[in-house]
Design a binder for this molecule. Structure first.
Ligand code: NAP
Length: 282
């Protein structure tokens, strides 16, 4: 049986997927296939001839992307186009991981479904939407939108790890309180992707932990569970002043995932507690 090829093998989600797929999968790193080198993608995939490609690699530096549009689109759109072409030649499915950032500054509080209109706000967000469109050119494709990923321990720069690192040196932190979404544990998202591919799911699927929160509440919960005495002051997105815009409400409705897999999605609080209990310290 040919292996499932997972790009972004050293990333948060890619490494977790590889751990869960075990001997069924082959990971590929940037050193082995630099997606910025578009001409190398087709030949590499044809040489490896995987049974499926799961693209967990991406340009993920959301704020940096505002000043580096070309590289961001090269990795998040054009590399996916090359992967979709290669997958069609090999007649294998492409799984593309995408983001809640495809949604806009919607002010309501109704979780967003797969059929809701998208309107990405920043360069990274726009490139991820173009990546979805590119992946949809694969004859067999699955596009999984997820949100606020964390996992893998202190070697990664996600929100949870950033909060823990900052709490080593600050007793007071200011955290944005006007963005609502569902931070999600890579372990649960990877398990969800395995369920989807084992069920031959295709099309667009939302997949996060369940429930919703703000980054402010999420930070307070991290410190409460981790037993750290940090006071978390709420600020607005405007006050924080990040380079890239973010959606103010991007909670994803995961009903389609539940219908396809009949698998319950743990709540974000349950997921966070498990992560803090089992995360590697390095
Ligand atoms: N992180 C989030 O909060 C979040 C939320 C929603 C959706 N997503 C999506 O979920 C997917 C996985 O994200 P993640 O959090 O696991 O990201 P990550 O930890 O930043 O991993 C991204 C991976 O992409 C690789 N990569 C970047 N540029 C590359 C290139 N030119 N050639 C080959 N590989 C390259 C990186 O390689 P190196 O290890 O060499 O840097 C890294 O392994 C991405 O599609 C992301 O857009 C993420």
């Amino acid at each position: 049986m040919n292996p499932i090829l997972v790009t972004g093998a050293l990333g948060q989600l890619g490494s977790e997927l590889l751990a869960q797929l075990g001997g069924r999968a082959l990971g590929i790193t940037r050193a082995e296939l630099d997606l910025a080198n578009l001409d190398s993608i087709g030949p590499t995939l044809r040489r490896l001839h995987p049974a499926m490609v799961i693209n967990c690699a991406a340009y993920t530096a959301v704020d940096q992307a505002e000043a580096d549009r070309e590289t961001c689109f090269r990795i998040n759109q054009h590399a996916v186009e090359a992967m979709a072409n290669a997958c069609n030649q090999l007649k294998v499915p492409l799984v593309q991981v995408s983001s809640d950032y495809v949604f806009d500054a919607y002010r309501g509080c109704q979780p967003r479904t797969e059929t809701d209109a998208v309107e990405p706000l920043g360069i990274y967000a726009q490139s991820k939407l173009q990546g979805e469109i590119a992946a949809a050119h694969a004859d067999r494709h699955l596009i999984v939108r997820t949100c606020g990923l964390y996992g893998g321990g202190a070697r990664f720069r996600n929100f949870v790890e950033t909060m823990l690192r900052l709490s080593d040196i600050h007793s007071e932190l200011k955290v944005v309180n006007d963005q609502c979404c569902t931070p999600s544990y890579c372990r649960d998202v990877a398990a969800g992707i395995v369920h989807l591919i084992d069920g031959n799911a295709e099309g667009l699927v939302h997949l996060t932990n369940s429930g919703s929160t703000t980054w402010h509440e999420f930070a307070e919960t991290i410190f409460a569970i981790a037993g750290r005495n940090v006071s978390v002051l709420p600020i607005t997105t405007e006050e924080f002043g990040a380079a890239a815009p973010r959606p103010s409400y991007s909670v994803l409705d995961c009903q389609r995932f539940q219908d396809l897999t009949a698998t319950p999605l743990p709540s974000w609080k349950d997921a966070l507690a498990r992560y803090l209990a089992e995360r590697p310290a390095t």
